[in-house]
Design a protein around this ligand. Structure first.
Ligand code: URP
Ligand code: ZN
Ligand code: ZN
Length: 466
């Protein structure tokens, strides 16, 4: 007798889409196949899709931006994640200047305990180095953060590392079998253009893109990829926003370099015209939204498997917070909400709309979607095989999804702390029916069943598959 059997669904596994049943015992997937059973609890999922629990590999809870805390903390951010079918989020440690990476890690882990509605993993942010900090990197890998994030921008916020520092980090991360993650923009050039705009009184939100052109992203990717290659360290470029940046990645990859790419829903769906509207400043995120052509080309890069991960860079602010800093692009609080709309938007964009409805040939799109939203991030950040795919022995993290309803995004229907959403009014296909975290129902038909603390810190552990 299984604990739970989900019956007669379209189950998205890494090896194909199975029409059949999924059985759960304790916290794990016990079997996937036809005619399984019986189960202590049985759910008829005819006409529904069973999809792996989503992993949002890039979220910021309580991130100070220009000294203002982003609106979601671990509790509200993971609640919002749960409602969106995201069963694991990967947040970042926050290293104070000169602080030990281990101290920053331990402080962050404490915020997860007893607060979280979904599982949480961590990347280590490195914003300043010393011999002692570099020497800690192997220990951080052992503690469960095998991925290390650096910035080539945000000098004013004390986050920027220069080339010699980047080389030292890359060298240490490579030796420790870790993964180097980079926010790649030439921040000094962006600061220079920003000041020039400010002096000229050009401070409308449309100037955000002018101050951070795609060339700055492409240049920074070229430079950090070169440094990572010299240091023999695998590289993951977060929030790739432009075709120009993607071309650099493609060229290096064609030469055999290990370089992974992440993009975000906003770079696939929204373009620079958002900055022209009345709420233009609210759309400010870094890197900026680009042209419609960039959206199209990045979408093609996802479809071709050139972009490994779609994650959200979730970093929301409330209207009040955004209004208080005013409408100038260089004072705006950069960051967008995203975690709760990740799956619905991407199902609509990459499956339902791309295929003109859910057809038998949509199985390939469903597998692609599962790859970029679950399987690839799990592998890259050392969460596989427990997370990221529906297979026997894996954690029973999955969603039961009805692909038929048509809805529209409404900020007030979402469950984070933001009262504004960049996708408000957008049509989305399908509706989540149930979300399971390690076999426990946390969401059903819009009701929250999980309790804060049901989520756990999940350490990443690099394997040969990572
Ligand atoms: O503007 C953004 N993306 N804010 C969050 C911090 C970052 O750069 O990822
Ligand atoms: Zn960033
Ligand atoms: Zn970010």
């Amino acid at each position: 007798m299984y604990d739970l059997v989900i019956r007669s669904a379209r189950i998205v596994t890494p090896d194909g889409v199975v029409m059949g049943d999924l059985a759960v015992n304790k916290e794990k997937i016990a079997a996937i196949g036809q005619g399984l059973g019986p189960g202590e609890h049985e759910v008829d999922a005819t006409g529904r899709i069973v999809f792996p629990g989503i992993i949002d590999a890039h979220v910021h809870f309580n991130l100070p931006v220009k000294n203002i805390m982003s609106a979601d903390d671990v509790e509200s951010g993971t609640r919002s994640a749960a409602f969106g079918g995201v069963t694991t989020v990967i947040d970042f440690t926050q290293q104070n200047r000169g602080e030990s990476l281990k101290t920053a890690f331990e402080r962050r882990v404490k915020t997860i305990d007893s607060k979280s509605y979904v599982d949480v993993a961590l990347h280590s942010n490195i914003t300043s180095i010393s011999d002692a900090i570099i020497a800690e990197i192997p220990e951080l890998v052992k503690l469960g953060t095998p991925s290390f994030k650096v910035f080539t921008a945000y000098r004013d916020a004390g986050m920027h590392l220069n080339d010699p520092e980047l080389l030292r980090v890359a060298d240490a991360v490579g030796r420790a079998n870790g993964l180097l993650m980079v926010h790649a923009e030439n921040g000094d050039a962006a600061d220079f253009i920003t000041e020039r705009c400010d002096r000229a009184g050009q401070t409308k939100p449309t100037q955000h893109g002018v101050s951070r052109p795609d060339l700055l992203e492409a240049e920074a990717i070229y430079r950090i990829a070169t440094l990572a290659n010299i240091a023999d360290c695998p590289l993951y470029v977060v929030h790739v926003s432009s075709d120009r940046g993607m071309q650099v990645i493609r060229n290096f990859r064609n030469e055999g370099w290990t370089i992974h790419a992440e993009t975000c829903p906003h770079y696939l769906l929204l373009d620079e015209s958002s900055y022209e509207g009345e709420e233009g400043t609210y759309f400010i995120t870094t890197p900026p939204l680009r042209t419609r052509e960039d959206c199209t080309r990045l979408t093609a890069a996802v479809a071709e498997g050139e972009i490994q991960v779609v994650a959200t860079d979730h970093c929301p602010f409330t209207r009040k917070q955004m209004d208080e800093v005013g409408g100038k692009f260089n004072k705006a609080l950069n960051g967008l909400p995203g975690v709760e709309t990740l799956f619905p938007l991407m199902f609509s964009h990459l499956v339902a709309l791309a295929d003109g409805g859910l057809t038998p040939r949509s199985n390939a799109s469903l597998i692609l979607l599962a790859r970029v939203l679950a399987e690839n991030p799990a592998k890259l950040f050392g969460l596989a095989p427990a997370k990221g795919a529906l297979r026997e022995g894996a954690d029973a993290d999955f969603i039961v999804f009805d692909p038929n309803p048509i809805r529209h995004v409404n900020a007030m229907d979402l469950h984070g702390n933001a009262d504004w959403n960049p996708y408000a009014g957008s049509e989305v296909r399908g509706e989540l029916r149930t979300v399971y975290l390690r076999g426990q129902r946390i969401i059903e038909n819009g009701q929250l069943y999980g309790k804060p603390g049901i989520g756990q810190f999940v350490p990443g552990k690099m394997t040969a598959d990572s």
